[in-house]
Write a protein that binds this ligand. Structure first.
Ligand code: ARG
Length: 590
């Protein structure tokens, strides 16, 4: 988007005006204008909250204002006139300044967005390139619901950053390296016909996981096997071609399973597993030793991070490298080679301490600046557990963890039944399949995203497929309804973007328009908190406000048909943009 087209958020526009007023009323004072949405629309749409803080700051000084209200009055008196503000702001409480937006100004913004697309409202950030680490399942194991959460949350964060014109590198940090693979390959070689040439290496992840568990049992029970497995690990790490080929086949088999999940969910991600960093590890450890930040502990090499009791182990006693070393190499690679200025790790909350250690060790090593406020933004984005309907950690009856693919299948099948019931023969098999996928997978994603990421949430098909609740299904119906209203008018809304006027008169029109214009503020919250539920809250309110508008205001055949058609279209555009960030495919008919 060229800068001439881009628009700041309403909040930011008002902040510019208040900043000017602050400078004029209190020259020489360095204060940032604080503008927020009001939660009491009775008094205003936005408010400026600076008066109280400024009053305390000036108290006791010469010529200090009498009370916060006099400060507020001085700010208002210096506020430049602008079409963004409808009337003289009012004061409330100790010194809140309430502002009402100018409706013609609001209407122009929305038409501008229609003309240029939702991208013109993308917040501007100081970041150029983000690296988002998400999904990251382990080879030879099934993806579990934790990986599903990471995939869904990571998808939305990456899409939101990309919407804000940040170049995003999505990294799948798969667990594809480690001593367990030596053990697994040795087990297959010894127990399967064909040895290292066995087809077992190409088994799907379900079978591989069984084999993996068996190999672990074998390892724990049979000391002779244990020795041979350790030999195998050495061979694999030493690059023995036969062992490497076997390992690659195992990775390829797991990749097929992961890719089929990504395809269903519409996820595109670069696989850069732990093995990628393997060649960098010996040099990195040596550097840490040379820098004097790695210490010997029980024969291992560790880095101590302030405030954390557990050691960060960069080299094990047997000389091997593990998860910690790899993550230290990875953070450096992402900063120095990839030139990321915003690193994000979407991993379950249980790994919070690990990442504190990674970041802490990187600071000690000078990979990150000592001062946390300087340099690249680096964040651990933790998330809670997924619980079953019974409120316990989600498990199948046999106690095994639930298969992700089965959850997706069931959601899709349930949606297929609902859609078929409504549409009967009036839908082709193709459209039915596409709609069932959009709705089913959308429902799984939405029900995950709508919870604050750090909460443990209960997984329930009935709740997530509820037609009337805060669900993707409800959202998709809301969108299809708008599309059908637009179809009923029978005009292409785009033909009105440059000719018709968007007139905001009815209170329900104003409420809806105001909410549409607040979309950028919802995106800003996601950038601040990396909390996708801000978007689901936003879009749910949007659907509710549209529904309020549609109950009160006739569209097709009304004397304001063109204007209202524009409002319908603006709602649909912003709704689709939000769906895009949430990974939900909109449908025009349901
Ligand atoms: N494979 C790990 C797991 O399943 C998650 C990896 C997360 N990313 C990272 N850079 N450590 O728990």
């Amino acid at each position: 988007q060229s800068s001439g087209v881009r628009q700041r958020s309403v909040k930011a526009e008002l902040a510019v005006l208040f900043q000017e007023a602050l400078h004029k009323a209190f020259p020489g004072l360095d204060v940032q204008a604080e503008v927020t949405q009001t939660n009491q629309p009775k008094f205003g749409d936005y408010q400026c909250n600076n008066a109280m803080g400024l009053f305390s700051k000036l108290k006791g000084k010469e010529g200090a204002p009498k009370n916060p209200r006099t400060v507020a009055e001085a700010i208002v008196a210096n506020l430049p006139s602008s079409p963004a503000i409808a009337e003289k702001p009012s004061l409330a409480g100790p010194g809140f300044i309430n502002v009402r937006l100018g409706l013609p100004w609001l209407s122009k913004r929305i038409v501008h967005m229609l003309q240029h697309g939702a991208g013109c409202w993308a917040p501007v950030t100081p970041y150029k390139r983000a690296v988002v680490d998400f999904s990251s399942p382990n080879v030879a194991k099934q993806m579990h619901v934790g990986h599903l959460r990471s995939t869904i949350i990571g998808y939305t964060i990456a899409a939101t950053l990309e919407f804000c014109n940040i170049d995003v590198l999505r990294i799948n940090h798969t667990g594809d390296w480690g001593t367990q693979f030596g053990m697994l390959i040795q087990h297959i070689a010894e127990t399967r016909e064909g040895g290292l040439g066995s087809d077992a290496l190409d088994e799907d992840v379900v079978e591989l996981e069984v084999l993996y568990k068996a190999s672990k049992g074998h390892f724990d029970e049979d000391p002779e096997f244990k020795l041979r497995a350790q030999q195998a690990v050495k061979k694999l790490q030493g690059g023995d071609p036969e062992f490497l080929a076997a390992w690659e086949r195992i990775c390829a088999a797991s990749r097929r399973a992961f890719d089929s999940v990504y395809e269903r969910l519409g996820v595109k991600i670069t696989e850069r597993g732990e093995s990628f960093y393997n060649p960098l590890l010996p040099g990195l450890v040596q550097e840490m030793v040379d820098l004097g930040i790695a210490e010997e502990s029980d024969g291992a090499k560790v880095i101590w991070v302030e405030g954390i009791k557990a050691p960060f182990m960069i080299q094990k006693r047997d000389g091997g490298y593990g998860y910690d070393t790899t993550d230290l190499a990875a953070i450096r690679h992402r900063l120095q080679d990839e030139r990321g200025d915003w690193l994000i790790y979407v991993v379950d909350s249980g790994q919070g301490q690990h990442f504190e250690q990674v970041f802490g060790a990187a600071r000690k090593a000078g990979i990150l600046p000592q001062d946390k406020k300087q340099g690249p933004r680096v964040e651990f984005v933790g998330f809670g557990l997924v619980m079953g309907e019974d409120g316990k950690r989600i498990k199948t009856r046999s106690g095994a963890s639930v298969k992700l693919v089965e959850l997706l299948d069931e959601a899709r099948e349930r949606c297929r039944v609902t859609i078929k019931e409504r549409r009967g023969d009036d839908i082709s098999e193709e459209e039915l399949e596409a709609s069932a996928c959009a709705m089913g997978y959308g429902a799984v994603k939405y029900s995950d995203l709508k919870n604050h990421r750090t909460t443990n949430y209960r997984f329930s098909f009935d709740d997530m497929l509820d037609l009337r609740g805060n669900t993707a299904v409800y959202m998709l119906y809301a969108h299809a309804r708008i599309a059908s209203i637009i179809r009923k008018v029978g005009k292409d809304p785009a033909s009105l973007f440059h000719t018709a006027e968007l007139r905001l008169e009815h209170p329900a029109e104003v409420t809806l328009a105001m909410h549409i214009a607040r979309f950028p503020e919802a995106v800003e919250l996601v950038l601040d908190e990396l909390a996708p539920n801000r978007l689901t809250e936003y879009v749910y309110d949007l659907a509710e406000k549209f529904s309020g508008f549609y109950t009160e205001c006739k569209v097709a055949g009304s004397e304001y048909e063109d204007s209202r058609l524009l409002l319908c279209e603006a709602t649909a555009v912003i709704m689709r943009q939000t769906f895009k960030l949430l990974g939900i495919t909109p449908l025009d008919r349901l």
